[in-house]
Design a protein around this ligand. Structure first.
Ligand SMILES: O=C[C@H](O)COP(=O)(O)O
Ligand SMILES: CC(=O)C(=O)O
Length: 208
């Protein structure tokens, strides 16, 4: 089940990171993203509206929603109960990964080093988030990690925007994570038309 999910994320190729302040904006946001060719989102738990927004988005037909900034087992449980299909964390925590796996949620833990990659592999993870990607060397870091870890796939996140996304069209990248598509202020202003346009532009540049 989680393998299929990871194939779906790879097919979409882009993962918008969402910081949202009002769950009432969540459904129109998911619809705008989908209209722009991006049928998924990582809704961070950085705001109190995160969990309810996950629940709203999980009701949108065919839309894949996951939780971001998952730091505790309690947050993992609450996100899974709200309908999150995957859980993204900035770092690696074996307990969180175990809990995600036993809940049928795809764990995408963050890594920044080879040692953390090995720890994630030991926990049964095959897809990790490279965070913060740009600061760690971006595509060159992924290419370097793919040497010893050819079976791992990476979701680079941090510092990726429309101007540098094309650089991540390399082997080993499952999908590219970015907050560029739907900035917090744009969601607050309910500017969904611009968000749909940005989604479309980002996907097109990602595939170029
Ligand atoms: O978790 C994701 C990162 O915060 C996204 O980074 P970004 O805002 O630089 O795209
Ligand atoms: C930064 C990150 O990985 C997260 O918020 O999930």
């Amino acid at each position: 089940m989680t393998a299929e999910l990871s194939d779906s994320l790879a097919g979409i190729g882009v993962l918008p990171v969402i910081v949202i302040d009002d769950p009432r904006a969540a459904r129109p946001l998911a619809e705008a993203l989908r209209a722009g060719g991006v049928g998924c989102a990582e809704v961070t738990l950085r705001t109190p509206a995160g969990r309810d927004s996950i629940a709203e988005m999980s009701a949108v037909e065919g839309f894949l929603v996951g939780a971001g900034t998952v730091l505790t087992v309690e947050q993992l449980d609450a996100s899974a109960a709200a309908g999150a299909r995957f859980a993204v964390s900035p770092g690696f925590d074996g307990q969180l990964v175990d809990r995600a796996m036993s809940s049928g949620v795809l764990a995408i833990p963050g890594i920044a080093t080879a040692s953390e990659t090995m720890a994630a592999m030991r926990a049964g993870v095959r897809t990790v988030k490279l965070f913060p990607a740009a600061q760690l060397g971006g595509p060159a870091m992924i290419a370097a990690l793919r040497g010893p870890f050819p079976e791992m796939s990476f979701v680079p996140s941090g510092g990726i925007d429309i101007d540098n996304v094309a650089d991540y069209g390399i082997d080993g990248v499952l999908c590219v994570s970015t907050s560029w598509i739907a900035p917090r202020a744009m969601i607050a202003q309910r500017d969904f038309a611009t968000i749909a346009e940005r989604a479309r532009a980002f996907v097109s540049r990602r595939r170029s």
